[in-house]
Each structure stands twice: as structure tokens, then as C-alpha cells.
Design a protein around this ligand. Structure first.
Ligand code: ZN
Length: 152
């Protein structure tokens, strides 16, 4: 196994063992639920967006495999302080990294989130890594105040 894969695993294990922002955000004004039936991963995402469109707090609750929890942890960490537009841009870079082969540029732009590109080598786990992001997308865009998304 290469050093890079070791690093990926290290970050994923760390965020799974000790997830950041694993909490309900009481004054959240955006919320969405995501479910990945393929693996059984479930999460509820909470966002607090201020009147300037800045995400001032983010958190998640749920249960799932190491990859889904690490992905949600890394994502919420990255979202706080970003505008909704920046969050959407992050989603599309992340999606590009996970879905399109050889888009190394996106992985670099994503910084720490780039570690999840290692998951591409396990196609059945890609949905575990993208679940939190699809949930984010629906929290940001759906008119329904509490949408539920499924990766199926
Ligand atoms: Zn999973």
C-alpha cells in the first residue's frame, strides 16, 4: 500500500472515530435527510445560514459506515464560514472528483476533502462518500424545508 493510501485511511479513520460537528444544530434553518440503502448509511444534516447566505454552523447526526461518517465530518468542517454559492461549488468539485476519472485538479482544489478520492477505487463505496454531499445539495436547493434524499 502506498503512503498516499495510508494517509487517506488515516484521515478517514480519524474522522470516523472522532467525527467533527456530530451534533444537532438547534437553531438550524436548513435540514435534510439522506439515506444510502446500498450500505444502510443514514444521516440528518443541519445548516444554519445567515441573512447574507453564509453558513455559520453545520452539524450532522446519523449512523453509517466509516466512509459515510468521515465524509460528513470532513464536509461539515469545510462548510462552516462558506457562502451557499461556495458550498455549491464545493459540491460540484467533490462530485467531479468522485465521478470522473482523472480529475486530479478537483482533488487538489478540495484540500483535505481530497483524501476521499481514494474511495473511487472501491466503486460500491462511492455512494457512501457522496451521501452527505447529496444531502447538502438538497438542503441548499429544495423548497421542501425537510427533504429526504436517497442515493438510489
Ligand atoms: Zn456506507
Amino acid at each position: 500500500m502506498s503512503d498516499l493510501q495510508d494517509l487517506y485511511q488515516e484521515v478517514i479513520f480519524d474522522h470516523n472515530r472522532n467525527p467533527r460537528h456530530f451534533k444537532k444544530v438547534d437553531d438550524a434553518n436548513r435540514k435534510a435527510e439522506g439515506f444510502n440503502p446500498l450500505c444502510g448509511d443514514k444521516l440528518t444534516l443541519y445548516l444554519k445560514v445567515d441573512e447574507d447566505g453564509i453558513i455559520t454552523d453545520a452539524g450532522f447526526e446519523g449512523a453509517g459506515c466509516a466512509i459515510s461518517v468521515a465524509s460528513a465530518s470532513l464536509m461539515t468542517d469545510a462548510l462552516i464560514g462558506k457562502t451557499e454559492q461556495e458550498a455549491e461549488a464545493l459540491f460540484s468539485h467533490f462530485h467531479g472528483m468522485m465521478m470522473e476519472e482523472g480529475k486530479g485538479g478537483d482533488a487538489q482544489r478540495l484540500g483535505k476533502l481530497g483524501v476521499l478520492s481514494g474511495v473511487r477505487e472501491f466503486p460500491t463505496r462511492v455512494k457512501c462518500a457522496t451521501l452527505a454531499w447529496h444531502t447538502l445539495q438538497s438542503a441548499l436547493t429544495e423548497d421542501d424545508p425537510e427533504p429526504t434524499v436517497s442515493t438510489e
